[in-house]
Design a protein around this ligand. Structure first.
Ligand code: NAD
Length: 473
């Protein structure tokens, strides 16, 4: 259609968003180009024996930036993944890590596979063989490149990866740090599975607390009572929905692969998840309206839309019909540059992916630190803190004559365990980064969006690293 904005590929979108922010920065052109460019792309084909014979799988590992090592980024198992997508995701990882002060370069990996078509032993064989390909070319290791879960993978795949890595690196004392998102029994950390969704919640909650921003978009301050639609009930979407519900929001719509449901009175997230497990679909959930395909659910009445499935979901095509005032990007790249332009014209607040879903890599960083230090967070201090706090309670009681209830006693004396520290570190990271980005956004009238402000902050942090190396005059 004449005048309609052309949709770019995912990688082109990331480059366009970067260029928009880079144009507002004062760093030298060659430095900005260095930060933008992708450092290494490894693509390979590997054969795996499946119940239906030998199948050739296509795999990638892209390391976008070596300005800090190791590089870090998830592994995606998806049927339509391609090199452009992996490059886009790797670049986003660089900016995301910089934004939340996680000292890694960005990377991403993928295997082109429809996981629903294969049994568990085949998925295990694919994961292990993929890991061997990475080992052969030095694209994995605690100090080189550290994968994590992404779309289509989870703790199970991470356990296979670390086991394969250790088979080839027996005696490597820090070997467990070659991958994060592992099960807790395999060197993982408590709180990692739900970290991305929890971070999404912290980011939304903080954004909703800014009274003047809420006024500008026509909402009242606070997350309580906000109507939320979530796309994708996987790792990110499920936990984001669950924590938003626990925080007082009302989940009114859920979109999944097989269709969508909408109920303005509210959907209980765990009941929907149970219904899906029992029936194989979220459709026909009692009291809710069905949508099949799920696309139109995103356009229903709500305050906050959380796309938490895949990229390119909000485009110039459907953006005009979206009613949400806040788009909270749980997924990577769910809004195209052209879609974003429409939403910004409508005055929406877009909480950009590179900030909002950074909770996963933040807690992955904590897991990596735990693996390198070989000790569970909280192990040394927990009992000591509890004893000190209990003594303090006794002293206050005898000085004041007041007796604490058992509940109060437990709340005050409790020493921090691993999960307490992880969640507290995550909350601190999300809130600090939010205000850093908001500050950049509010201080510069040329910065038209939260995303551009986030890119500017990331560019600044990466540029500083290069400048300190003295490479650029
Ligand atoms: P996942 O595989 O656990 O879940 C994705 C869900 O989306 C699945 O339930 C799938 O059925 C659903 N889905 C697929 N296509 C859909 C469609 N068209 N409409 C509605 N639902 C659809 O994946 P995940 O780990 O939750 O990742 C989701 C997104 O979040 C990805 O963009 C990923 O890159 C990003 N992300 C994930 C993490 C993490 O820690 N897992 C961290 C940061 C960003």
């Amino acid at each position: 259609m004449p005048g309609e904005k052309k949709e770019l590929s995912f990688y082109e979108n990331v480059l366009a968003m970067y260029d928009k922010a880079a144009a507002l920065s004062t760093y030298p052109h060659n430095l900005l180009e260095t930060i933008k460019s992708t450092n290494s792309v490894y693509s390979f084909i590997f054969p795996v024996r499946t119940p239906n014979g030998i199948v050739e799988f296509e795999g990638w590992r892209v390391e976008h930036s070596h300005h800090r090592l190791p590089t870090k980024g998830g592994i995606r198992f998806a049927p339509h993944v391609n090199e452009d997508e992996v490059k886009a995701l790797a670049a986003l990882m660089t900016y995301k890590c910089a934004l939340v002060d996680v000292p890694f370069g960005g990377a991403k990996g993928a295997v082109k596979i429809d996981t629903r078509k294969y049994d568990t032993p085949t998925l295990e064989a694919v994961t292990r063989r993929y890991t061997v390909e990475l080992i052969k070319k030095n694209f994995i290791g605690p100090g080189t490149d550290v994968p994590a879960p992404d779309y289509g993978t989870g703790p199970r795949e991470m356990a296979w990866i670390v086991d394969t890595y250790m088979t080839f690196h027996q005696g490597e004392v820090d070997g467990m740090a070659c991958v994060t998102g592992k099960p807790v029994t395999q060197g993982g950390i408590r709180g990692r599975t739900e970290a991305t969704g929890r971070g999404v919640f912290f980011g939304i909650r903080e954004a909703c607390l800014q009274a003047d921003d809420m006024k500008r978009i026509g909402l009242t301050p606070g997350i309580e009572g906000k109507r939320v639609i979530v796309q994708g009930m996987g790792n990110v979407g499920y936990y984001a929905a669950k924590f938003c519900q626990e925080g007082g929001a009302r989940i009114v719509g859920i979109a999944e692969y097989e269709g969508g449901i909408y109920d303005p009175k509210g959907l209980d997230v765990d009941s929907v998840a149970r219904h899906r497990r029992e029936t194989g679909s979220i459709l026909k959930f009692p009291g809710a309206l069905d949508f099949n395909p799920s696309g139109p659910v995103l356009e229903q009445d709500c305050d906050i839309l959380v796309p938490a499935a895949l990229e390119n979901q909000i485009t110039s095509d459907n953006a005009p019909r979206i009613k949400a005032r806040i788009i909270a990007e749980g997924a990577n790249g769910p809004t195209t540059a052209a879609g974003e332009e429409v939403l910004l014209r409508k005055g929406c607040l877009l909480l950009a992916d590179m900030y909002l879903n950074a909770g996963g890599v933040t807690v992955s960083y904590f897991e990596w630190l735990k693996n390198l230090s070989h000790v569970r967070f909280g192990r040394m201090a927990k009992r000591f803190d509890e004893r000190t706090n209990t003594q303090l309670i006794h002293m206050i009681e005898s000085a004041s004559g007041k007796k604490f209830t058992q509940e109060e006693r437990t709340a005050v004396s409790h020493g921090a365990d691993e999960v307490d520290l992880v969640n507290s570190g995550l909350e601190e990271t999300m809130i600090t980064a939010f205000h850093q980005v908001r500050e950049t956004w509010k201080q510069n009238p040329k910065v038209d969006s939260f995303r551009t402000a986030a890119f500017i902050n990331a560019i600044h942090k990466i540029a500083t690293t290069y400048l300190e190396l003295g490479i650029f005059p």
